[in-house]
Ligand binder design. Structure first.
Ligand code: 13P
Length: 255
């Protein structure tokens, strides 16, 4: 990461894990490990844990995120949660367009773009996930896929709005598979994403935007991934559920 230009963000995506007592226990265990962090630390927890998490992080440097929000303010959208509802609970971040939502719940670039605009309007900090499938990488179209996702997901934003977004580069083939992108692959993709943002907006915006890597990041490989100049942190699934491992990743991002 380039610490002169950007602050690293280490965010845990807990996915559909942890009851409320378990969430409290995990946050209590993360607290001392995050106390001297030289990066932003975020935990993105299930909806039912948001209040518990917001309460638990009070007075600490840990921030709370949700894992999705709907694009309408209110209405007949059974099972959905609005950006304003998250804001009201004290949530700061929201993950949008995760590949699991695209794969299992019909999320498209169009709905990600709408959710993103709703999140920004509610003054939430969006973490927008993009990334190629294995066969797209094998076909040699990784850049086309990332370029298309950036253009569609960030369509219609002002440069100021873009600067408030975090982009998570998550190659779908590396998620939950134990197959991490090499540090060079992560750097190449994150640098390419930044070049697309520079073309869509301007180079100052591209320099300011945080581009994380996500996909089997763990205590062992984090330092090497984070040593790359365009990798500004991580969105971590499995390893964020174990405090010591998450603590090691925070440490790696703090040097
Ligand atoms: P894993 O770290 O479990 O591969 O998950 C990555 C991810 O999907 C984070 O959003």
């Amino acid at each position: 990461m380039n610490k002169n230009l950007r602050k690293a963000i280490i965010a845990g995506n807990w996915k559909m894990n942890k009851t409320r007592p378990e969430a409290k226990e995990l946050i209590e265990a993360i607290k001392p490990l995050a106390a001297n962090a030289g990066c932003e630390v975020v935990v993105c927890v299930p909806f039912t844990n948001l209040e518990t998490a917001v309460e638990a992080v009070k007075g600490t440097n840990i921030h709370v995120g949700a894992q999705n929000c709907h694009f309408e303010k209110s209405g007949a959208f059974t099972g959905e949660i609005s950006a304003d509802m998250l804001k009201e609970v004290g949530v700061e971040y929201v993950v949008l367009g995760h590949s699991e939502r695209r794969q299992y719940f019909g999320e498209t670039d169009e709905t990600v773009n709408k959710r993103l605009k709703a999140a920004l309007a509610a003054e939430l900090k969006p973490i927008v996930c993009i990334g190629e499938l294995l066969w797209e990488r094998e076909c040699g179209i990784t850049e086309e896929v990332l370029g298309k996702q950036c253009k569609l997901d960030f369509y219609g934003l002002t440069a100021d709005e873009m600067k408030k977004c975090v982009i998570a580069y998550e190659p779908v083939w590396a998620i939950g598979t134990g197959k991490t992108a090499t540090a060079d692959q992560a750097e190449e993709a994150c640098a390419y994403i930044r070049s697309v943002i520079a073309k869509m907006f301007d180079s100052a915006t591209a320099d300011a935007v945080t581009v994380q890597y996500g996909g089997s990041m763990n205590a062992k490989n984090a330092a090497e991934l984070l040593s790359k100049v365009n990798v500004d942190g991580g969105l971590i699934g499995g390893a964020s559920l174990k405090a010591p491992d998450f603590g090691e990743i925070i440490k790696a991002a703090s040097v």
